[in-house]
Design a protein around this ligand. Structure first.
Ligand SMILES: Nc1ncnc2c1ncn2[C@@H]1O[C@H](COP(=O)(O)OP(=O)(O)OP(=O)(O)O)[C@@H](O)[C@H]1O
Ligand SMILES: [Mg+2]
Length: 322
């Protein structure tokens, strides 16, 4: 089986040479967010290894650990806890954001390490988040990948909403699947709140749907109601929400049935939430993952022939649409 590393040199795709041929101008920077409704579902694994794939392809990449309070992305990238972390920036110990960028053993890949304590950062103020996002947009990288914390905190939802692409990882087990749906629902609630003002639909929601804005309302129910009340606004709302189609990765698959869960989730999301969930691939359960974590080495570099290399290769090509 040919590995991603070989592919990056020999494949007809060879994005590195495409990049050089380049499409000659600097690409627009893209911020990708990696989240999951639950802890331990592979967010850091995905962030680290997708970052490495992109860096090996010749893109300039920054991995950012935004798992505030539980930062460990550095381990997946094979580097010790960097001296300067986001904590230092948020507490104003470090003034210059670019001082947070740490080199990694992988060419083209830098790391901004997350906060090592949760002092004052568990819930960032709106201004802090906006500032942080704008600082991330200023980084001189083709891709900035954000490893987000577990769950549906406002921090996590807001970083996900403000990214150019949101990637969800889930395990093929009921608790993880449920939490993924919960995340999607929370995400749409949050996003709705943000576009309420934009579309001036707040009064309509208050008047006609207040009771629906409980934990249990679904976006598709909302569209239906909105269509009855104000079809024009309903269309605008749908267009606004449709701009964002989250990607899904099923991690730790062992059987075909596990792989198929992604397809079912896609159908369910469309049916119940009215949203397009883009199932971009799966990662096999593989002992090289914990072996590399134990060794504190990046998986793709330590086990270039593992099955996961092929899995990541496929996912990254899908993400890049090449
Ligand atoms: N494909 C896989 N095969 C085998 N083990 C895996 C796989 N993916 C993840 N794991 C195991 O699950 C652990 C958790 O993965 P990871 O740290 O990437 O999850 P996370 O979602 O970032 O967790 P947290 O919410 O704690 O930050 C890994 O240390 C590894 O032991
Ligand atoms: Mg993690």
């Amino acid at each position: 089986m040919s590995s991603f590393l070989e592919n990056s040199k020999n494949s007809p795709y060879d994005p590195k040479s495409n990049y050089k041929l380049g499409l000659n101008k600097k690409r627009d920077q893209q911020i990708w967010a990696i989240a999951g409704g639950k802890g331990g579902v592979g967010k850091s694994l995905v962030t680290a290894n997708v970052s490495i794939c992109l860096a090996l392809m010749g893109y300039k990449v920054s991995s950012v650990d935004l798992d505030l309070g539980g930062a460990n992305l550095h381990t997946c990238l094979g580097v010790p806890i960097p001296e300067k972390t986001l904590s230092d920036y948020l507490s104003k110990k470090v003034r210059n954001f670019s001082d947070l960028l740490n080199d990694t053993p992988i060419e083209n890949l830098s790391l901004i390490s997350g906060a090592q304590d949760d002092l004052g950062i568990a819930n960032l103020r709106h201004m802090q988040k906006t500032r942080l996002i704008s600082k991330l947009r200023d980084i001189d990288s083709d891709y900035v990948l954000m490893d987000l914390g577990a769950g549906t905190s406002f921090n996590t939802l807001d970083f996900f909403i403000n990214s150019d692409m949101g990637i969800l990882t889930a395990l093929p087990e009921p608790t993880s699947i449920e939490n993924t749906y919960r995340f999607i629902k929370s995400f749409y609630h949050r996003k709705m709140k943000m576009i309420e003002d934009l579309l001036d639909i707040g009064p309509i929601i208050d008047k006609h749907l207040n009771s629906k804005l409980s934990y249990n309302f679904s976006p598709s129910e909302l569209f239906e109601k909105m269509k009855e009340v104000n079809p024009e606004k309903a269309e605008l709302l749908q267009a606004e929400l449709n701009k964002f189609s989250p990607k899904l990765i099923i991690n730790q698959v062992r059987t075909q049935a596990d792989i198929d869960i992604g397809f079912s989730m896609k159908i369910i999301c469309k049916k119940y939430f009215g949203i397009d969930l883009d199932y971009i691939g799966y990662l096999e359960y593989d002992s090289t993952v914990w072996q590399s974590v134990k060794k504190r080495k990046p998986l793709l570099m330590e086990f270039p022939n593992s099955a996961l290399v092929t899995n990541f290769d496929r996912i990254v090509h899908k993400l890049l649409k090449i």
